[in-house]
Design a protein around this ligand. Structure first.
Ligand code: HPA
Length: 234
């Protein structure tokens, strides 16, 4: 047990999918896993373990923002032996060719700072995805009719952003979308020798202000879960 996870040691699989929303963890586990069972609910952060095509998988909420995912990723890797961590979440599109409902696979994650910045100090560390996971996710996505984009994303520390100049810089540097977790997940995984990837569904558009209608959310998010699960066991 850890301060934030009360699962027994063997209750967490080596492969962990991490949506921000604990209720999405419940939905994904009940939809995609065989025999899902609740393994954590400390602070309402639900985690479920089951199997996917016979392979053990945990789907565990990360909460919102890098401090939150940092806590769960650290504990899952160092205390429970997680070896593959895949964020499944939403992002806001920052380019016109990236459309609402598309999937963004984050090769790298740019950020102003992460909780790890205090450890890395003057080092401008480049958080990047695990190559094997990235390659497998792209291969799976290419078999689907989902619009897919692979590249750099922006892991922001704010949802209510008061710096339009920053977004403008990100857009001008080809950033595909903005979310709030991947850079720290990639950094923590790198520090502890785990594999990490972020697969995000575009839920809203910063340029067109379009948003995914609630009735489309489930199907769109499902594509991302399938990509993540297939990548994990490719
Ligand atoms: N900002 C930050 N995170 C997000 C956004 C956004 O616009 N959309 C989805 N996740």
């Amino acid at each position: 047990m850890t301060p934030h996870i009360n699962a027994a040691k063997g209750d967490i699989a080596e492969t962990v999918l991490m949506p921000g929303d604990p209720y999405r963890a419940k939905w994904a586990a009940e939809t995609y896993l065989d025999s899902p069972r609740l393994v954590n609910e400390v602070r309402g952060m639900l985690g479920f373990t089951g199997t996917y095509k016979g392979n053990p998988v945990t789907i565990h909420g990360s909460g919102m923002g890098m401090p939150s995912i940092s806590i769960y990723a650290n504990e899952l890797i160092t205390q429970y032996g997680a070896k593959t961590l895949i964020r499944i979440g939403s992002c806001g599109a920052m380019q016109h060719h990236v459309k609402v409902r598309d999937v963004v696979i984050a090769m790298t994650a740019t950020t102003l700072s992460t909780p790890s910045s205090g450890i890395l100090k003057e080092l401008s560390f480049a958080p990047c995805a695990d190559w094997g996971l990235l390659k497998a996710a792209v291969a799976k996505a290419e078999t689907m009719d989902t619009g897919t984009h692979i590249g750099n994303i922006y892991s922001s520390n704010t949802f209510y952003d008061e710096r339009p100049d920053l977004n403008e810089l990100m857009i001008r540097h080809g950033i595909l979308g903005v979310e709030m977790e991947a850079a720290e997940l990639y950094t923590v995984a790198a520090r502890h020798g785990a594999r990490a990837l972020g697969v995000m569904t575009v839920s809203d558009h910063l340029l067109t202000h379009e948003a995914l209608p609630p009735e489309d959310r489930e199907r769109s998010f499902g594509d991302m879960v399938e990509i993540a699960l297939e990548a994990a066991f490719a």
